[in-house]
Design a protein around this ligand. Structure first.
Ligand code: MN
Ligand code: MN
Length: 297
């Protein structure tokens, strides 16, 4: 990796660190999730960052890929366990990071378990290390707290304007990748008091442009408008700034049907139990790895 690229990854990480700190400072029971998402995204843009994806705010049994929808009135409850997952890009170089929060201290142990999984992964990752070894370190850390890792969610390699660049870091001893210097990975252990399997749930909010083509005018307009996202994910909340809902609802259904959009459904724990997450972006370097993000304490 050349020095300029590395500096852009680190700059994205710096902006993301500030965005997470801002979110953490504002989190309290009663805060409207819509306002929280919009203010964190605004904060990223004010600092000169681009959005690598919509701020994900996933509560309780939802592990990932939930984000407020247009007109969303949900507020954070006193006992909710919220995952705040933020993506920043600088010239396409991404920082993907997350922390978990609850006002209810009885969720502290579950939150600590995913954080311990992430810390174990950061200690383990270095050039020449196998992804399976890292998965084992994550899994061992989480199970030592008496919880289960989520088996069907993985960390992932990052590339320019690409959030999921093809290689994975599982949260269990699995996989066959060997890390090398210059790799960039988002590592994201999820811990649960449930089975440890997530599945699609609720209405889809997050999409990305796919290969399929449509001739429908509304769909072509949506695709044209989405060029500004550089192939990165976007959400209904963002589309609602540019189109009336009747327009984008129609275009989304049409484009999903023809493969013009890929959909990222909210992912909920199968047994309905709680999930915590911790995530950082790591630059694999000689002898180890460099986290690009400082997570809130
Ligand atoms: Mn993430
Ligand atoms: Mn990620």
């Amino acid at each position: 990796m050349d020095e300029e690229t590395k500096q852009k990854y680190l700059e994205a990480g710096k902006i993301a660190s500030e965005a997470l700190a801002f979110a953490r400072k504002n989190l309290k029971p009663g805060i409207p999730l819509f306002e929280l998402a919009e203010s964190v995204e605004q904060r990223i843009i004010e600092q000169g960052g681009g959005l690598a994806f919509p701020v994900n705010l996933s509560a309780n049994n939802f592990a990932a890929h939930d984000t407020p929808f247009p007109g969303d009135t949900r507020v954070l409850g006193e006992h909710d366990l919220l995952k705040v997952d933020v993506g920043v890009q600088v010239d396409g170089y991404i920082a993907d990071c997350a922390f978990s929060y609850s006002h209810d201290s009885s969720h502290g142990k579950l939150i600590a378990a995913s954080k311990a999984g992430l810390d174990a992964a950061i200690l383990a990752i270095a050039p020449g290390v196998a992804s399976r070894t890292v998965g084992k370190a994550i899994s061992d850390a989480i199970t030592s707290f008496g919880f289960n890792p989520v088996v069907n969610l993985c960390g992932h390699s990052l590339d320019k304007y690409t959030v999921h660049a093809g290689e994975e870091v599982p949260n269990v001893p699995h996989g066959s990748y060997t890390f090398k210097e210059g790799d960039v990975f988002a590592v994201e252990p999820f811990a649960t008091d449930g089975e440890g399997v997530v599945r699609d749930h609720s209405e889809c909010q997050i999409f990305r442009i796919g290969e399929g083509k449509s001739r429908l005018a509304a769909s072509r307009q949506l695709v044209k408008n989405a060029e500004k996202y550089h192939g990165l994910p976007f959400c209904r909340r963002w589309l609602s700034r540019d189109f009336p809902s009747i327009h984008y609802d129609l275009a989304i259904s049409d484009l999903v049907r023809c493969g013009g959009l890929e959909d990222y459904y909210p992912l909920a724990e199968k047994s309905g139990k709680l999930v915590s997450q911790a995530e950082n972006t790591l630059i694999v370097s000689a002898g180890g790895c460099i986290p690009s993000v400082k997570l809130p304490g």
